[in-house]
Write a protein of this length. Structure first.
Length: 416
């Protein structure tokens, strides 16, 4: 197929911009040819089919680069980076900066409109060129082009949840009592390549416009443009209508008052919580101090009464006072000592007898029972277990000494 002078010139310029000389220039020619230039011819002569392939190749390259660059991001964050980078606005902007607007081959039908579909054509041509590079030079060639022209735009902020421009604008305008609306004001391009123009309105006052391949995209861009010039538009809206200006002022004052009340209520709630926590801590501290004082007084009382331990307390009971062999009270230091008589031969016979052995067993069991009783009384009074632990230790020590003495006697020869 013989190329026209325009096609030859634009092919040369495209290769210069891309930085690659094609082996099969038909790939590149299709990539830069707008559908309007090949009306009546097979679709392979325009960028439409290459655009399909390029979209997938570009997506894979960008996904791999994001995956390798941001190890801590989850699937959602990586997806947002990819979507932001390969969006129509992003690719159209890159194409425009590279100069692709000068290499696209338009047909006469599109040229007569002043190339109103240029925005979407720039996006499509970028994807088609990626596909052409992939087909002519392989994955590495396509990747090198994307790495040089698109990947430098990639950053971690793209992973953040995007703010909906329309929602953000509505929130801002409603602070001044204004509700924005959107109108489609123009449709550009042929049926197979539509571009829509939407405009934001505040009542009858028109604000910024936006262009997109869909109505939704056009409205979103219009909202974004309005946000960028919000101060200018607010003055325009409110100065045009005194009533609106007054309503906007009231709305702003009411919002400020509500925010102040919310802040004061939050501070008051925090103060109450702090005071309640301090009061509870003080109450717990006082209860603990009172319990410790009661335990201390009880310990002092027992000491004053000469009670040296559980075993001594048991020996004071009527049950064991009738047993003269072990009726001696504890020594002044609180430890229990068996009476001197226990070492006489007569007492040896007593401990070796069935009656003496039974006495030692009863003594041990009674001490354990007393330990449980005193421990239960201490807990029921709401006191700590410090006293019961000390008593239990005394009882265990005293019983061990008594049992040890009995074992020593068992190991000796009975007195003859």
């Amino acid at each position: 197929m013989k190329l026209s002078e325009e096609q030859e010139r634009k092919l040369a310029l495209a290769q210069e911009i891309i930085g690659y000389e094609f082996h099969d220039k038909s790939f590149l020619l299709s990539a830069i040819t707008h559908p309007s230039a090949v009306e009546g011819l097979p679709r392979r002569y325009s960028y439409e089919r290459l655009e399909f392939l390029g979209d997938s190749v570009l997506g894979a390259i960008v996904a791999a680069e994001a995956f390798n660059a941001y190890h801590d991001l989850d699937e959602g964050g990586l997806t947002r980076i990819k979507v932001a980078l390969v969006s129509g606005a992003s690719l159209s902007d890159v194409s425009a900066q590279l100069g692709f607007a000068d290499v696209i081959v338009f047909g006469s039908s599109e040229a007569g409109t002043g190339r109103r579909g240029l925005h979407s054509a720039l996006e499509n041509v970028y994807e088609a060129i990626v596909a052409a590079l992939f087909l002519d030079g392989g994955t590495l060639t396509a990747r090198q082009f994307v790495m040089r022209t698109l990947i430098p735009r990639m950053n971690a902020d793209m992973a953040k949840e995007p703010e909906n421009p329309k929602s953000a604008l509505q929130e801002k305008l409603q602070e001044d009592g204004i509700t924005p609306t959107y109108k489609l004001v123009e449709t550009q391009g042929p049926p197979h390549d539509r571009t829509f123009v939407a405009q934001v309105f505040a009542g009858s006052q028109g604000l910024a416009q936006g262009t997109g391949r869909t109505k939704k995209e056009a409205e979103s861009k219009a909202a974004k443009s309005t946000l960028a010039r919000l101060g200018e538009f607010i003055d325009l809206i409110t100065n045009a209508d005194p009533e609106k200006r007054a309503a906007a002022k009231r709305a702003k004052e009411e919002k400020a008052a509500a925010a102040k009340r919310a802040k004061e209520e939050k501070a008051a709630a925090a103060l109450r919580a702090k005071e309640e926590k301090a009061a509870a801590a003080q109450k717990a501290k006082e209860a603990k101090a009172a319990a410790a004082q009661r335990a201390k007084e009880e310990k002092a009382r027992r000491k004053a009464e000469g009670s040296g331990g559980v075993l001594a307390w048991l020996l004071d009971t009527q049950e064991y006072q009738e047993t003269p062999q072990v009726a001696e009270l504890p020594a002044p230091d609180g430890s229990y000592e068996l009476p001197d008589e226990a070492y006489d031969s007569a007492d040896e016979e007593f401990f070796l007898s069935e009656e003496g052995s039974a006495y030692l067993e009863d003594l041990a069991m009674s001490a354990q029972d007393a330990e449980h009783v005193i421990d239960a009384e201490t807990v029921s009074d709401g006191e700590t277990s410090e006293m019961s632990e000390e008593i239990a230790a005394d009882a265990n020590n005293e019983i061990s000494e008594a049992e040890g003495f009995a074992k020593d006697i068992d190991n000796e020869e009975p007195a003859r």
